[in-house]
Design a protein. Sequence first.
Length: 247
Amino acid sequence: MRHAFDLHLHTHYSADACGSPEAMIEAAKRRGLSGIAVTDHNTCDAVAHLAKVGLMREDGLPVDGFLIIPGVEVSTADGHLLCLGVTLPNMKGVPALEVAAAVKERGGICIAPHPYDSFRAGIREAILDQLDLAALETFNAAVTLRGFNAKAAAYATRRGLAGTAASDAHHASAAGICSTAYELPELSVASVLDAIPRGGERDENYLSFSEGMKKNFGNWFRVFNPSPRMETQPAPLTWDDENTPSK
């Protein structure tokens, strides 16, 4: 059965985004999607929240017909990397090859987003060539110049990589504006991760001018929908913490 997903979006657990996880889900549902990948910057707090409130299952199956794919967009030392099907400690600043190895070890997959956008932190070819990627984000709705998407598509063709289309939404009004659809034997995280490298049908739409302005000036909108307070929670585990031997 055919199912469509937005594989790159942010909730207000990202410092530059405004939509709650619940708002992103409802927006994607209104656009007819079967699920979303939650890919906040360097944190999996939204994934933990969705599991806590019962909107995501730890066994990778949907809740009320809608699937949450756990993930994170890591700001690696080499640029941004989408990590799907896993949760990770904060790996900001870690080399992309090391992040990709950690994702593979945990059973997830990696997608390189907006790699040719010279105004954003995409991973450039010297590192891309070395990465074990399941796919390349060949269409990013929020790309700075449209020619950057064309360059990404050309690189994916040269390497024989599947392409994905995603919204990179930072507000609920943009969630699901782009999607990639796959024929799946069942609606599950495992089925989606298996299908992504084979490629799917992309629904490619750019952000409107107003949506682009909202994204670019996202921090101003945080006053209307601030991130959840985290003062009572312990500091997030970092990659260094996880890999430091106990004394």
